[in-house]
Design a protein around this ligand. Structure first.
Ligand code: GLN
Length: 189
């Protein structure tokens, strides 16, 4: 069976690492920069980076409304870090552009200065133990409606799922050697 065609939004940020992790899982990843790129995607990853920049570029390329439509029709989407910020309906103290698809409120750059970046063991519902890298990471302050908590770290929500097609992680699995979160997402697609 051919691997699933998973798009990785390549406006800015850590998209190449996702592409590599997806290839290692046997999927067929490709970069998404235009509306026509998105057409063949069976799933889409929105990578980490700078959420304000990615949000502006998505709008500029007309991808924001298209992605929103596809996700509402059921296409799986996974946002890591800045990607999760873009999926959130609410962003604390920010009016920045977003897709606003998930019933979550996120706080950007939520870990204090001294721990801006760190790597740690995590335990995830439906996946089990894995590693995660946090880089100027957000956490989820609130979930409501259809959003479910899949993992917390030190009392803060760091992974959420909504229905069977939306996933958000505050951390970067693509910057570790673990493939289990990528595999979980591929199985959703
Ligand atoms: N701090 C970034 C933002 O708010 C997210 C960081 C990341 O994606 N690693 O957009």
């Amino acid at each position: 069976m051919a691997g699933k065609k998973i798009g990785v939004l390549a406006m800015q940020g850590a998209f190449l690492e996702h592409q590599q992790a997806l290839s290692r899982c046997g999927a067929e990843p490709f970069l998404v920069r235009t509306a026509s790129d998105l057409e063949s995607a069976q799933g889409l990853i929105i990578p980490g980076g700078e959420s304000t920049t990615i949000g502006k570029l998505m709008k500029l390329f007309g991808l924001d409304t298209l992605i929103t439509e596809r996700v509402k029709q059921g296409m799986p989407v996974w946002g890591t870090c800045a990607g999760m910020i873009l999926l959130a309906k609410e962003i604390a103290d920010s009016e920045q552009p977003r897709l606003g698809l998930m019933d979550i409120k996120v706080k950007r750059n939520a870990y204090g200065r001294q721990v801006e970046s760190f790597e740690t063991d995590l335990d995830i519902v439906g996946i089990g133990k894995t590693r995660g890298v946090f880089i100027r990471a957000p956490y989820v302050e609130e979930v409501w409606g259809e959003a479910k908590i899949l993992s917390t770290y030190l009392g803060k929500i760091i992974m959420v799922q909504q229905g069977n097609n939306m996933l958000g992680t505050a951390f970067h699995p693509e910057l570790t050697s673990e493939l289990d979160v990528h595999q979980y997402f591929i199985d959703m697609a």
